[in-house]
Design a protein. Structure first.
Length: 249
């Protein structure tokens, strides 16, 4: 079933009516060629619900749907996970965003760390931000998320540490960490409603001074196992562990 996002005001529960506007209209009408009576799902990105509808009418400006029922069992993780991802080379960030959204991330914060090769000026960052948020939205639709995770503006490392330190549980995978029990205990202590911060380094890892600064701010260095993981693999690994823990607790 195709899934779309709308503003809360576009869903009228009392009148059993949902109106879809914007770029999705062309996709529904001309690409998918959905006809009257066909089913689709919409979310408003706020209440965590999925609204099941069927197409009633359409034109160039809007698609009008009849609301059939509301699916209220949540698809979102019961804790908010913010991924502080150091800027990787090439187009790896696009893959990281796509898969992190599929795995349940709440927000992705690109970070300019010391060993990052990529340097973005204001113009390049604006273009990248628009592209990254479009990828997040597409991934949210594909994975039937109830929200579209935001990809924020690039943060300098010091600012990212300050922001991450406010979370209930905060960790920074580091290749020189070796206590897997600490990783297990840290994740095992996470409960519904918590705020989680995960800081992932670039190719080459974080600098020692950065690890020291993060540790001083209360962010716990952890190991992800005996092998050295690529920057994109490290984020996926933590997100998968968190998803498993939170959805089976």
């Amino acid at each position: 079933m195709h899934h779309f996002f709308v503003e809360p005001a576009q869903i009228d529960v009392e009148r059993r009516r949902v109106v879809i506007t914007g770029d999705d209209v062309n996709h529904i009408v001309n690409v998918l060629r959905m006809a009257q009576g066909e089913e689709l799902a919409v979310s408003n990105g706020v209440d965590g619900k999925e609204y099941r509808c069927e197409v009633q009418a359409s034109d160039k400006e809007q698609v009008i749907c009849v609301l059939r029922f509301i699916k209220e069992d949540g698809v979102e993780l019961p804790a908010r996970v913010r991924l502080y991802q150091a800027l990787p080379k090439a187009d790896k960030m696009e893959l990281i965003i796509q898969k992190a959204v599929e795995l349940g991330v709440y927000e992705i914060i690109p970070v300019a760390a010391g060993r990052c090769v990529v340097k973005l000026d204001a113009k390049k960052e604006a273009a990248k931000s628009a592209r990254w948020n479009a990828i997040a939205e597409a991934a949210a639709k594909q994975s039937r998320r109830a929200i579209v995770p935001k990809v924020s503006h690039v943060m300098q490392f010091a600012d990212a540490v300050k922001a991450a330190s406010k979370a209930d549980v905060k960790m920074i995978p580091y290749e020189l960490s070796s206590d897997m029990e600490r990783t297990k205990d840290l994740i095992g202590g996470i409960r519904a409603g918590m705020e989680i911060a995960v800081m992932i380094g670039p190719e080459g890892g974080f600098e020692e001074a950065e690890i020291a600064a993060a540790t001083a701010a209360g962010i716990v260095p952890v190991t992800l196992g005996r092998r050295i993981l690529r920057t994109e693999t490290a984020g996926f690994t933590v997100m998968a562990w968190l998803m498993y823990h939170l959805e089976t607790a």
